[in-house]
Design a binder for this molecule. Structure first.
Ligand code: 3UK
Length: 524
């Protein structure tokens, strides 16, 4: 693929992120290197490039053009990556979405985005094909299946690609063209289409993957966060591919046992997890007779929600490797505050990732001094251009170059950032800001507690007090005396006013599709 640098009236310089990633690897002689490990197959960079081009040509034959949108409901697989990069390379705009949603959610995604085409794994199509007439703008459905069954007027992915040329005539996209969208799974309200441009991927890669993770072509990545999440998309696709490294894809649910097995089998060097999974992996490791071999890992990452510091310490003891907690968002595309290799401050989100700027402001928008809690604003070139069709929210969330994360943070005198919860989860107890996260972390240090969520609840005097919802470890019986003991435990662990005045034991915490605790549902 040739990067044509030419000036045409009304059109900027040619830039296409799919082209840039693949061209660089081929130019660096990595064509025969493994790009993707998937089940028992390996796809080289050459093979992947051919699939990408074939996909681009295939959708052209179906009448798709540059700027048309394509919804992807795909499991982590080579087909996901070929469809994503193939769409971008021909100028179309892929929109990967969560594969675990309900039919009405896909109706929302398809109609809200006005996607013309849908690329979908067979088992997901089976769940929504009966409501196809509700998809108002959808023209073409491309089904990925094992055995090429063409159902009605759908196309079979593999058959469609097989006859296509492996060379693609690309459209003249520029660095500021739309490249892809993601839907942000906010804890409240309808999902928002987050519009990302061609240069955003490169920026997140250069800032975080290169400078923080120090990724090179020698790395092998494995992410339990799926490719349709912004976190997984970087971890499992554009970080490794931009670096000429290899990625390990797991199409199934990442259960702790399976994840251990995958690490032993594929020997990744970078592992990307989420706090809940680290928790259940640690629990399994502590219970099990078997000692898992994780010696291939040089660094582990956690994001999505704050990582309790006890997990960092236990993981280090078990496997002698650090977990770098970092905060990212769908809007910023990837991680913008992070701990660093050799510089981990357990319980903090670390420091600003090079290439981004952060400031913490009060209600008037004025920067607060160190150690004072405020709203976190971020500036950087990977931030999305806008939410699709959300005029009012765009005005509220994007302040010129600054993006309002909606998170409460304080920065200490050494430049470490400490997460204090979502803006709306913070509570004032006795006039003092209290972070539910801090109380939850304390509860998690208790031997009998598996998961905990803390919300603000008004007492009989209309004063806000913390209330804890607690999931006990298996085999532990709930009782009034245990409640007392837990309250006492927190009182001794934190400033005494922070202890939960009420405790409720429950079987499971309500969570979003991305695993975030839905505190607003517990409040209701
Ligand atoms: C919260 C965290 C504390 C925070 C994401 C890495 O999670 C990602 O994106 P989302 O759009 O959610 C963003 C919000 O999640 N959060 C994320 N990470 C942390 N809170 N500590 C953390 N380490 O409220 C943030 O505003 O789903 C994560 C990379 C890309 C991502 N999109």
């Amino acid at each position: 693929m040739e990067q044509t640098v030419q000036k045409i009236n009304g059109i900027g310089n040619y830039y296409n992120v799919a082209d840039r990633i693949m061209e660089e690897n081929i130019r660096n002689g990595l064509g025969d290197k493994a790009a993707i490990h998937y089940l028992d197959q390996t796809l080289t960079y050459h093979q992947l490039e051919e699939k990408i081009n074939q996909f681009g040509n295939a959708i052209k034959t179906l009448g798709l053009e540059a700027e048309h949108r394509i919804l992807l409901v795909c499991n982590d697989s080579p087909e996901f990556i070929s469809a994503f990069l193939g769409s971008i390379r021909m100028g179309a705009v892929p929109i990967p979405v969560n594969t675990m949603m309900q039919p009405s959610d896909y109706e929302y995604f398809l109609n809200n985005s006005r996607a013309r085409a849908l690329v979908i794994h067979e088992e997901h199509w089976e769940k929504i094909s009966h409501i196809r007439d509700r998809f108002l703008y959808l023209k073409q459905v491309i089904v990925i299946s094992e055995n090429a069954v063409i159902q009605g007027d759908t196309f079979d992915y593999h058959m469609l690609l097989s006859g296509q040329s492996t060379k693609l005539e690309a459209v003249h996209t520029t660095a500021n063209d739309e490249a892809f969208w993601l839907y942000s799974s906010g804890s409240t309200g309808e999902p928002k289409g987050v519009v990302h441009l061609q240069h955003d991927i490169e920026c997140a890669y250069q800032n975080y993957a290169k400078k923080v993770l120090k990724i090179t072509a020698d790395d092998i990545t494995f992410s339990v966060s799926k490719l349709f999440f912004a976190y997984g998309l970087g971890n499992g696709m554009y970080f490794p591919l931009s670096a000429g490294a290899s990625t390990v894809l797991l199409p199934d649910r990442p259960l702790p046992e399976k994840v251990f097995e995958m690490i032993e089998k594929y020997k990744p060097t970078i592992f990307f997890g989420v706090p809940t999974l680290y928790g259940s992996m640690i629990e399994l490791a502590e219970k099990s007779e078997r000692k898992y071999d994780l010696s291939s890992l040089r660094v582990c990452v956690s994001a999505g929600e704050a990582l309790p510091s006890v997990f960092i310490k236990k993981w280090k003891k078990l496997y002698n490797v650090d977990i770098l907690d970092g905060i990212g968002s769908t809007e910023v595309l990837h991680i913008f505050l992070s701990n660093n290799i050799g510089d981990v401050k357990p319980g903090s989100s670390g420091k600003v990732v090079p290439g981004y700027e952060a400031k913490i402001v009060n209600d008037l928008g004025i920067e607060v001094p160190d150690n004072e809690v405020g709203d976190l604003l971020i500036k950087g070139d990977s931030i999305c251009s806008k939410y699709w069709n959300r005029h009012e929210e765009n005005k509220r969330k994007f302040y010129g170059e600054w993006f309002h994360t909606g998170d409460k943070y304080y920065k200490d005198e050494n430049g470490y950032f400490w997460y204090c919860g979502r803006s709306d989860d913070m509570m004032k107890v006795g006039g003092i800001w209290v972070s539910p996260i801090e109380i939850e972390n304390s509860l998690l240090r208790h031997d009998y507690i598996l998961e905990a969520a803390v919300v603000a609840e008004k007492n009989e005097n209309n004063l806000v007090k913390p209330k804890a919802f607690i999931v006990l470890k298996s085999g532990v019986a709930p009782s009034e005396s245990l409640k007392k003991e837990i309250k006492q435990f927190v009182k001794q662990d934190l400033a005494p006013y922070k202890y939960p005045r009420k405790i409720e034991f429950i079987d499971e915490l309500p969570k979003t599709a991305t695993g975030k605790i839905q505190r607003f549902r517990l409040k209701a």
